[in-house]
Design a protein around this ligand. Structure first.
Ligand SMILES: Nc1ncnc2c1ncn2[C@@H]1O[C@H](COP(=O)(O)OP(=O)(O)OP(=O)(O)O)[C@@H](O)[C@H]1O
Ligand SMILES: O=P(O)(O)OC[C@H]1O[C@H](OP(=O)(O)OP(=O)(O)O)[C@H](O)[C@@H]1O
Length: 235
């Protein structure tokens, strides 16, 4: 896996007076984030909420902060490499990448779900006992590292089929024995004949910061952390 470094020299292209960049995930977390963002006093330019807008970077009502709108998985990468100093993403994404450059000081209490193992309902009852006798399983997942680590800890080698969505189809179509995916209400699993057999981790969204940026700009970043903390306490 690529690891972030601060030795590319690219950061010299960015003025020290440039606004801080807050990376926000488009999609479901952004919808839940609205009230919290409002309580922090961050108001992005009007077209930020316009899904038809092709713009990706937006100024805010505060000239020292811009926001960028990226995919949830990419928030962690933008922050780990210092392209954004602050971000918001699910703990699932942090677990998957395990970037040492990311510090995740605040649990925002939104985007609540879990990363779980699921398998066809007809196998689920005997699945755990049977799997204990297996040395390999085929797993479809958007989370190859989480899946491999989870099964490796049980002495099972996981061959991961990396999908970006619709993994619920994989067992019935012979692509895998089981899946590792996010579950909230369980309705997606149920609609596809699957049952949740193990919870790997409980997930909420986190405020994340780049550790180097926090060392070099402690006042500016610390002030935004304090604003998010106060906004959470006011909820
Ligand atoms: N069903 C769910 N309930 C609650 N939170 C969820 C659920 N599914 C995903 N999340 C959280 O939201 C984050 C983004 O979800 P997801 O990966 O489905 O992206 P998306 O909003 O569909 O956008 P995209 O896949 O296009 O980047 C996940 O990383 C997870 O933390
Ligand atoms: O337990 P549930 O409440 O049914 O939620 C679980 C579903 O939510 C997520 O998908 P999402 O709706 O984000 O679709 P996508 O990942 O395919 O875009 C996840 O990948 C599951 O498919």
């Amino acid at each position: 896996m690529d690891q972030p470094t601060n030795t590319t020299g690219l950061e010299q292209a960015i003025s020290p007076d440039a606004p801080l960049v807050l990376a926000l995930p488009k999609g479901r977390i952004l919808k839940e984030l609205g009230p919290l963002l409002a309580r922090t006093g961050i108001v992005p330019a009007a077209d930020f909420h316009d899904e038809g807008s092709r713009r990706l970077r937006f100024e805010t009502n505060n000239p020292t902060l811009d926001v960028v709108r990226v995919r949830s998985f990419d928030v962690a990468t933008f922050v780990a490499f210092g392209a954004a100093q602050i971000g918001i993403c699910g703990a699932d994404v942090l677990m998957e990448f395990d970037y040492p450059e990311i510090y995740a000081p605040l649990d925002l209490g939104i985007g609540r779900c879990r990363v779980s193992v699921a398998e066809p309902v007809e196998n689920a009852a005997q699945a755990a006992a049977e799997r204990a006798r297996l040395s390999r399983v085929a797993v479809a997942s958007k989370y190859p590292n989480i899946a491999r680590r989870h099964f490796a800890a049980r002495g099972i080698q996981a061959e991961v089929v990396h999908l970006n969505g619709a993994m619920e189809l994989a067992p019935a179509l012979g692509l895998s024995n089981l899946i590792v995916d996010l579950v909230q209400t369980g309705s997606t699993l149920k609609a596809n004949g699957l049952a949740e057999t193990e919870v790997i981790a409980h997930v909420t969204s986190r405020l994340i910061v780049n550790r180097t940026a926090l060392k070099t700009q402690p006042e500016a970043i610390g002030a935004w952390l304090a604003r998010f903390r106060a906004a959470l306490e006011a909820a």
